[in-house]
Design a protein around this ligand. Structure first.
Ligand SMILES: [Fe+2]
Length: 296
C-alpha cells in the first residue's frame, strides 16, 4: 500500500498484524494500535510532543533496575494497575478484596514457619503485633504462604536504602499459617509515605500537581493451592490519605483496626515498656474455581 495517510495508516498496520498466529497477541496488538493511533489523532500530538513522550518512556526504563520498578509505579499512578486488578478479581462480599502489588515486593525470602517472628530488623518505630488468620468459607486455611512487607517509620522500604541485599531485609518476611490458619509477627506501626519522587513518575506527579502520598498500610500476599492468590493491603483506619491514595489502592474492606494498647503484656507474651499496637485481622480467600467463574 502506497500514499498512506493519517487515516489509512491504521488500516494498513492492522492488516499487517492480521497474520499473527497467536489470536490473543493479535487481539491485543491490534487494539493497542487502534487506541494509540486514535490517541494521536484526538490530541493532534506534535512531533516534539511525540519525541518528548519517547524520551520520558526511555528515562522510565533507564530508572528501573533489579529492585526499582519505575514502570510499575507509572502504571500504578495512572490507575492502570488497579484497573487490571479490579477487572480480574471481581470478588464476593465475604472475600478479602484484591489490590495492587506495588513496586516493592521481593520474591525469594527465606520462609519462616514459626510464629511471632520480629520482622522489624531493629528499625525504630512504634511496636506493632500482627495476629492474623487466613480463612476460607469452610474453615481455616493451614499451611498458606504469607508474604508481608511494609515501609519503615520514615516511609522507605528496605530496598530503597543503599546497600540492600535479600539477606539484610527489614520489614518483610515470608510466613506460613499454622493448623488454625493463624500467623503472627512483631513489626512497627506503618506510616503514610510519598511514592518515590526522584524519577520520571515524580516529574509527572509534580507537573500535574498531584499528591504523592499513600495512606499508611502493610502489604500482604497469600497463596495456597486451590485458592485464588490474594494480594492486598491492610490500611490504617483514620489515616488522612485514605481518600486520596496516589495509586488508587484503598478498598473499604482493606482498612484494618490497629488498636493502641498501654504498656504491658503484648500478644506474644512479652512485656513492652511503651505503648504498642495490635492488628488482629482476618483474611478471607476465594476458592480458585469460584474466582474464575466470578471473573468470566
Ligand atoms: Fe506500600
Amino acid at each position: 500500500m502506497r500514499d498512506i495517510d493519517e487515516i489509512t495508516i491504521t488500516i494498513e498496520v492492522l492488516r499487517r498484524l492480521s497474520d499473527t498466529p497467536d489470536p490473543r497477541l493479535r487481539e491485543i496488538l491490534q487494539a493497542l494500535v487502534r487506541h494509540l493511533h486514535q490517541f494521536a489523532r484526538d490530541t493532534g500530538i506534535t512531533e516534539e510532543e511525540w519525541l518528548q513522550g519517547i524520551r520520558y518512556l526511555t528515562e522510565t526504563g533507564q530508572t528501573c533496575d533489579g529492585v526499582r520498578q519505575e514502570f510499575v509505579l507509572l502504571s500504578d499512578t495512572l490507575g492502570l494497575s488497579q484497573l487490571v486488578v479490579s477487572q480480574n478479581h471481581r470478588r464476593r462480599e465475604q472475600v478479602t478484596e484484591q489490590t495492587i502489588l506495588g513496586p516493592f515486593f521481593i520474591q525469594g525470602l527465606p520462609v519462616t514457619t514459626g510464629q511471632g517472628m520480629d520482622i522489624s530488623g531493629g528499625t525504630h518505630g512504634e511496636p506493632l503485633f500482627i495476629t492474623a488468620r487466613v480463612m476460607a468459607s469452610d474453615g481455616p486455611v493451614a499451611a498458606a504462604t504469607v508474604d508481608v512487607w511494609q515501609a519503615d517509620a520514615d516511609g522507605l522500604y528496605d530496598v530503597q536504602r543503599s546497600g540492600w541485599s535479600i539477606d539484610r531485609s527489614q520489614l518483610r518476611a515470608t510466613l506460613i499459617t499454622d493448623v488454625d490458619g493463624r500467623f503472627s509477627c512483631r513489626s512497627i506501626l506503618p506510616k503514610s509515605y510519598p511514592i518515590p519522587m526522584d524519577g520520571p513518575v515524580g516529574k509527572m506527579m509534580r507537573a500535574t500537581r498531584r499528591s504523592p502520598m499513600r495512606p499508611a498500610h502493610i502489604h500482604f500476599a497469600i497463596q495456597k493451592a486451590g485458592f485464588d492468590p490474594l494480594v492486598t493491603h491492610v490500611f490504617v483506619e483514620g489515616d488522612e490519605f485514605l481518600e486520596s491514595d496516589a495509586v488508587f489502592g484503598v478498598r473499604g474492606s482493606c482498612i484494618g483496626s490497629y488498636e493502641r494498647h498501654a504498656p504491658g503484656v503484648a500478644p506474644d507474651g512479652t512485656t513492652v515498656g511503651v505503648p504498642f499496637f495490635v492488628l488482629d485481622h482476618v483474611f478471607r480467600l476465594e476458592p480458585a474455581e469460584e474466582a474464575r467463574q466470578c471473573t468470566s
